[in-house]
Design a protein around this ligand. Structure first.
Ligand code: ATP
Ligand code: HSE
Length: 287
């Protein structure tokens, strides 16, 4: 059995902690068989190979009766770079638990469990459900609504430094004043409405008007404004900090991708770029 889990891009500007989209980079977990102790084969630096691995930790949390397994993990998702690697690992763990524990979890239950472990649902929901998802938890109940898939290619500019979510959340303010909060919320509301109405020019404009996190995180990822500037010159729809960073995401029509990539190089923005598409399927089990 192989569990195939997409990466995700969260926030999309003003949708802090509530909007995210699955994208076409993947984590694959192949179950090799039962074993005497948990064994996780992979080539990711600094990631445990035993029961301390996040995938196994999650599986054991969801189904404590899980017997030791030997699994092989392959991943294209860079760690701590704002592409939801931890949510993808957690989603894989939930699937392992569901499969071997015969738990029969619904997608909604999986999102609920994952969001609790991750702490916020904006990566978990699209990772599990696929597509572009808007969601929140109120009380102990999680609600997610899927929006139409946007007809854009995504260019991820992946700086060669990582940015753990914990560090990127530590620079956020503890409080916002009332005026900033209500205006930020109005921007986010109108942004979400424009996604559902498929009014992408308006969505693009509002994606660059976040008041909740980018103003505070810009100094951690100074390339954000530079990449955005190039995107404006090269027909990009919008550029935002993907998740907690460090990846900078640009939505752009496919015919303009090459021009944008050349523009980045010309402006000495030479870190890795990855061309992505929205993933509409979410986590999949391949028998
Ligand atoms: N495939 C994996 N196997 C085990 N642990 C993983 C795996 N992928 C990610 N992790 C854990 O998650 C951590 C990264 O989580 P973090 O929330 O900081 O960033 P991210 O999820 O990549 O980005 P963001 O949340 O901003 O989208 C890694 O340092 C590692 O501890
Ligand atoms: N919404 C989260 C995504 C990263 O996990 C943040 O921006 O901190």
């Amino acid at each position: 059995m192989i569990i195939k889990v997409p990466a995700s891009t969260a926030n999309l500007g003003p949708g802090f902690d509530s909007v995210g989209m699955a994208v076409s980079l993947y984590l694959e977990v192949e179950v090799m068989g039962v074993a005497d102790r948990f064994q996780v084969d992979h080539v990711m630096k600094g990631i445990p190979h035993d029961e301390n691995n996040l995938i196994i930790q999650t599986a054991l949390q969801v189904y404590p009766g899980l017997k030791p397994l030997h699994i092989n993990v392959k991943s294209d998702i860079p760690l701590a770079h704002g592409l939801g690697s931890s949510s993808s690992a957690i989603a894989a763990g939930i699937e392992l638990a569901d499969y071997f524990g015969k738990l029969g979890l619904s997608n909604e239950e999986k999102v609920q469990i994952g969001a609790k472990i991750e702490g916020h649902p904006d990566n978990m929901a699209p990772t599990i459900l696929g597509g572009l998802v808007v969601g929140t938890e109120v009380g102990h109940h999680f609600d997610a609504v899927s929006a139409p898939l946007p007809p854009y290619t995504l260019v991820a500019y992946v700086p060669n430094y990582n940015l753990p979510t914990k560090k990127a959340r530590a620079v956020l303010p503890k409080e916002l004043n009332f005026k900033t909060a209500t205006h930020g919320s109005a921007i986010a509301n109108t942004f979400v409405a424009s996604l559902f109405a498929q009014k992408y020019n308006l969505a693009g404009e509002l994606m660059e008007q976040d008041a909740f996190h980018e103003p505070y995180r810009e100094r951690l990822v100074p390339e954000l404004l530079q990449v955005r500037e190039v995107a404006h010159q090269k027909h990009g729809l919008a550029t935002y900090l993907s998740g907690a960073g460090s990846t900078i995401m640009t939505w752009i029509e496919s015919e303009h991708v090459n021009g944008f990539l050349s523009g980045l190089k010309k402006h000495d923005l030479k870190d890795k770029t990855v061309i992505l598409q929205p993933d509409e399927y979410g986590v999949q089990i391949i028998d």
